[in-house]
Write a protein that binds this ligand. Structure first.
Ligand SMILES: Cc1ncc(COP(=O)(O)O)c(C=O)c1O
Length: 464
């Protein structure tokens, strides 16, 4: 032990790389400005590009402007920065104890977003969305939540800006995570299991399967349907769309400064990927480095049971199960695909961010899919070396990081690996319990269910 500590001191690197509050970015970064090709436009049900007005029944104007913006920098309003100060800048840790346990020459760094009040990266956009909605006169927000992380974040943010929040929570997570419900209710949100019988989309899903575990796609339909029907209500989405990736860029922008402080730069950036905002927020602020010729790999990690980027089609599809949203060009498993019940509820989404999808399609980012048990094995190894017990979603990133660090060991390469520890797993003890007692299973790759769902893709090809 003494020997290894001395070895670490020889590195002359701190374990925590910290920034001052004054170093919280003043502007968010919009990767659209640095994309090699312009993003494909969203389409209406008639297959024609939609006008920004088409979004105005569910989003306030400032959000629509960000969604369609090509500006590289978007100012962070002072009231949002003030709230960011409650937990930002987040620390960048060097995982020296994990490195030693693996015996790897690689250096592993993680940006810890679990220090936010809701316990994940989600408040970075929840606070911004609540702020812009309040500014535009919105009174109520509806949303969906998978793992409960996004719902918690929006409940907190809505309460800070005096907005009522209704959360449609995917039924399987509602059952697995009663404490997340209580957390949202503590921030005064109303939580409804989805599919519910209070919306037409929910009733349709229940007619098809009265025992439906729900999915993010179905919960989005319920929340969008309600927002579109009420003048006082807007919809807030926790991932996928450009404005969400813009808000999450604070993660990568801070990480850049932290790497500058130690005179290093990442060689591999890893993030778990549900709708893509955690991965995109971390990796995309480094996109220009890659374009300027720096060797940099960016790896999005998803579950084997919901392998959107690795096994989906690159096609126009709706963002929700009922087909209420505009069509987006993205990797999709089909909007009606209901993924198997896995514990990483935040990764059970049939589609992906159009920006991340396009970058993957153009070969700028990589994607891998990993099995549930292997992710918990990685999460436990992390907890037993670094102390933090990660969210099941984050365990996907950690699996990939450990695998990459072991490849570095085999090859004797000293690479810098950065990942975002997107959330803590304090509300996920039943999942850890089931892993530790040997009962956690790998959800099978749902080949047949994906084939069926893909058969219903809208007949629009990317070239049209
Ligand atoms: C802890 C955690 N990490 C990652 C994700 C996936 O996030 P994204 O949709 O931004 O890819 C989620 C989604 O709920 C989450 O809760």
């Amino acid at each position: 032990m003494q020997q290894s500590l001395t070895a670490h001191r020889r590195d002359m690197q701190p374990v925590k790389i910290l920034l001052d509050e004054g170093e919280i970015p003043t502007d968010w970064y919009n990767a659209v400005a640095d994309m090699p090709l312009p993003p494909a436009p969203p389409l209406g049900q008639d297959g024609r590009p939609i006008s920004p007005d088409a979004l105005s029944s569910i989003f306030p104007l400032p959000i629509i402007e960000q969604e369609t913006s090509c500006d590289r920098w978007i100012p962070i309003p002072e009231p949002v920065r003030e709230i960011y100060c409650l937990w930002r800048p987040t620390p960048l840790f060097r995982a020296t104890r994990l490195e030693r346990a693996l015996g790897t020459p690689a250096r592993i760094y993680y940006k810890y977003e679990g220090v936010s009040p809701a316990g994940s990266h989600k408040p970075n956009t929840a606070v911004a969305q609540a702020y812009f909605n309040q500014l535009a006169g919105t009174r109520r927000l509806t949303t969906e939540t998978g793992a409960g992380q996004w719902g918690s974040a929006l409940a907190m943010a809505g309460q800070m800006f005096g907005l009522k929040v209704r959360v449609f929570m995917v039924r399987v997570s509602w059952e697995q995570k009663p404490s997340r419900r209580t957390m949202m209710e503590s921030w005064d949100a109303e939580v409804i299991p989805s599919p519910s019988n209070i919306t037409a989309s929910g009733r349709k899903a229940l007619d098809a399967d009265p025992e439906s575990p729900g999915s993010l796609g179905i919960a989005i339909s319920e929340a969008v349907e309600e927002a579109a029907a009420r003048a006082d209500t807007c919809y807030a989405l926790g991932s996928v769309l450009n404005h969400v990736l813009i808000h999450q860029s604070v993660i990568g922008l801070e990480a850049r400064k932290q790497f500058e402080k130690i005179g290093e730069h990442p060689d591999i950036i890893v993030g778990c990927c549900g709708g893509g905002s955690n991965f995109g927020g971390t990796a995309l602020p480094f996109l220009a480095d890659k374009a300027s010729g720096r060797q940099l790999r960016m790896i999005a990690v998803e579950p084997e049971s919901c392998p959107t980027l690795t096994r989906g089609y690159y096609a126009y599809d709706a963002g929700d199960a009922a087909g209420l949203t505009p069509l987006m060009l993205m990797y999709t498993l089909g909007r009606k695909f209901v993924p198997p019940r896995i514990h990483a509820g935040g990764l059970r989404y049939h589609g992906d961010s159009p920006l991340i999808s396009q970058l993957h399609h153009e070969g700028l980012i990589e994607a891998v899919a990993v099995g549930q048990r292997a992710t918990f094995e990685a999460g436990i190894q992390f907890a037993r070396t670094e102390g933090i017990i990660p969210a099941p979603e984050t365990n996907h990133a950690i699996r990939c990081v450990i695998d990459e660090a072991l490849i570095c060991k085999q090859r004797g390469e000293r690479k810098n690996i950065l990942f975002t520890l997107s959330g803590h797993g304090h509300f996920d003890m039943s999942a850890y319990q089931s892993y530790l007692s040997g009962q956690l299973e790998d959800a099978p790759y749902p080949d047949e269910a994906i084939r069926t769902a893909l058969a219903e893709l809208p007949k629009i090809s990317p070239q049209d």
